[in-house]
Design a protein around this ligand. Structure first.
Ligand SMILES: *[C@@H]1O[C@H](CO)[C@@H](O)[C@H](O)[C@H]1NC(C)=O
Ligand SMILES: *[C@@H]1O[C@H](CO)[C@@H](O)[C@H](O)[C@H]1NC(C)=O
Ligand SMILES: *[C@@H]1O[C@H](CO)[C@@H](O)[C@H](O)[C@H]1NC(C)=O
Ligand SMILES: *[C@@H]1O[C@H](CO)[C@@H](O)[C@H](O)[C@H]1NC(C)=O
Ligand SMILES: [Zn+2]
Length: 323
């Protein structure tokens, strides 16, 4: 076991430095006036520290697990940030936006994407042991939110390392949005897991629809205002915007819905047919290692006694997901 924790994240500078995929590459943040720059008054918040923008990798993760999760989180941040910028540039004229959010306003979607792209990630913890014994007892689980046992914690099970794909393989290996399993990609899978953490999803993001066809229906149906706070709508949109702008520019890999029998899974934890995940090239920044003593207290303190029980949601295809 490694006696260290790692904070994964993206500094504001790194985000600003990352080139916009489309449109202007110029930073919207211009330098301050000389008068302000020379002021000795402290800033309201020192964004340059970057510290508040980092996820925590629990010491239960060994070196390779840490690398996999770190890279996966960077990919989740990459697609969330890209998706936000896609909307900021194209506004509601984006066909990909319209597909998942209909004629809905862009603001709520931008906001929920930004919760992953740039918001304060302090205290959001990923661990690799199996404190609730779900990895060993639940067949096919690749991870789970600890729910009332520890609301800020997400467990990543060993299955993730053999089934999750890197963002660089988006639109490859036979994948398309309509028939593929988006959760096979670390980026989409971890976006979903992050939205279960109250600090990110604020218990507002939920599962109002899952799976490609349902998402398209949600966007135009009676409950269309739920699309902007629907976990799968946000992660599918982020993945497809990236596919369209970056993976296969101007084309993407939307695919076509085939008759009922397509067996895309709505499940968050299922085993997969895919190959091992590899490292992905991302535009995000270095990890940060901090002593275990400074983070160990929080996870333990948030754990509560049993009794609260599982909080599970069952999807239409019968798969169960326990938060
Ligand atoms: C886009 O937003 C404008 C308001 O800025 C609205 O009038 C228009 O109907 C919207 N279009 C779509 C396709 O949502
Ligand atoms: C970390 O744990 C995984 C099992 O999840 C194992 O396959 C891997 O070899 C371990 N890595 C190191 C560096 O010990
Ligand atoms: C809309 O949401 C309500 C409450 O969640 C639900 O009862 C209803 O079936 C939904 N309507 C449609 C068309 O999905
Ligand atoms: C919470 O802990 C209890 C007791 O260990 C366990 O039975 C339950 O499955 C855990 N809940 C989740 C969501 O893992
Ligand atoms: Zn879920």
């Amino acid at each position: 076991m490694r006696l260290s924790s790692v904070l994964v994240g993206v500094s504001l500078q790194a985000l600003q430095a990352a080139a916009l995929p489309v449109g202007s590459s110029e930073s919207p943040f211009t330098s301050t006036s000389p008068a302000l720059a020379s002021s000795t008054a402290p800033p309201v918040y020192d964004w340059s520290s970057g510290y508040e923008s980092q996820f925590i990798i629990h010491p239960s993760c060994n070196s390779t697990e840490r690398h996999e999760i770190t890279s996966g989180l960077e990919q989740a941040v990459t697609i969330a940030k890209h998706a936000k910028e896609h909307i900021l540039i194209h506004r509601n004229s984006s066909k990909v936006f319209q597909k998942y959010f209909g004629q809905g306003p862009t603001g709520p979607v931008i906001g929920w994407l930004d919760k992953i792209a740039t918001a304060n990630r302090a205290g959001v913890i990923f661990r690799c042991d199996d404190p609730d014994k779900n990895c060993v007892t639940q067949d096919g689980w690749a991870g789970h939110h600890r729910g009332s046992n520890a609301t800020s914690e997400t467990v990543i099970c060993p299955l993730s390392y053999t089934t999750r794909r890197p963002l660089t393989a988006l639109c490859a290996r036979g994948f398309d949005m309509a028939t593929g399993r988006t959760n096979d990609y670390w980026a989409a899978d971890l976006m979903h897991r992050l939205y279960h953490v109250p600090a990110v999803g604020e218990d507002e993001i939920g599962h109002y629809a899952d799976g490609y066809s349902e998402l398209l229906e949600l966007a135009v149906g009676a409950n269309r205002t739920d699309a902007a706070r629907n976990s799968a709508s946000l992660s599918y949109f982020a993945l497809e915007a990236y596919a369209y702008d970056i993976s296969v520019p101007g084309e993407g890999c939307a695919g076509k819905v085939v008759e009922e029998e397509h067996d895309h899974d709505h499940d968050h934890d299922a085993s997969a047919t895919s190959s091992a995940a590899g490292a992905a090239a991302t535009s995000v920044n270095p990890t940060r290692v901090i002593p275990v003593s400074t983070t160990a207290a929080a996870p333990v303190a948030t754990a509560t006694g049993g009794g609260a029980g599982k909080e599970c949601h069952t999807h239409d295809d019968g798969t169960e997901h326990c938060t």
